[in-house]
Design a protein around this ligand. Structure first.
Ligand code: RTP
Ligand code: MG
Length: 150
């Protein structure tokens, strides 16, 4: 079982809809460790860097408009298989098709304004985390209540 880090964004719709506390609460209650946290504006340059795989796709102009439209909250979360645990908690891309109980399934109906981003694999996490966080912004600390989370 790999101890992993994942780059999470609460997208502009989550901030606008005052859902950041709800999303953070779900992540914390699940047992993942928050090792980095900040609010920022995503610029067009940052958007193109983050979503490099989508820049040439037809939906990219709308994605860029959306992700740069207001502040986001960026987090790095850590834990056992944190990447896939987060992807399962998020649900599928389109809120209309996401299972109830997932973040996207419980709070949205949109394919684009889908509240949250999470790295989709170890390579993506390794690429995305340094886009948003300098090394000194990620805090190493021990979980003193060892045993309740693996
Ligand atoms: P994300 O990268 O944000 O975690 O989302 P994802 O893996 O579930 O979805 P992905 O295919 O990587 O798409 C990135 C984001 O682009 C927007 N999108 N719009 N209009 C469209 O057809 C469309 N498709 C994707 C969504 O905001 C999606 O999360
Ligand atoms: Mg993606």
């Amino acid at each position: 079982m790999a101890n992993e880090r994942s780059l999470i964004l609460f997208k502009p719709d989550a901030v606008q809809r005052r859902l950041c506390g709800e999303l953070l609460s779900r992540i914390e209650k699940r047992g993942l460790k928050i090792v980095g946290l900040k609010m920022l504006m995503v610029t067009k340059e940052l958007s193109a860097q983050h979503y490099a795989e989508h820049v040439e796709k037809p939906f990219y102009p709308l994605l860029e408009e959306f992700i740069t439209s207001g502040p986001v909250v960026a987090l790095v979360v850590e834990g056992p298989e944190a990447i896939s645990v987060m992807r399962t908690m998020m649900g599928s891309t389109n809120g209309r098709e996401s299972d109830l109980g997932t973040i996207r399934g419980d709070f949205g109906l949109s394919r684009q304004m889908n509240l949250i981003h999470g790295s989709d694999g170890p390579e993506a996490a390794a690429r995305e985390i340094p886009i948003y966080f300098r090394p000194e912004e990620l805090i190493e600390y021990e979980t003193t209540l060892a045993g309740w989370v693996c």
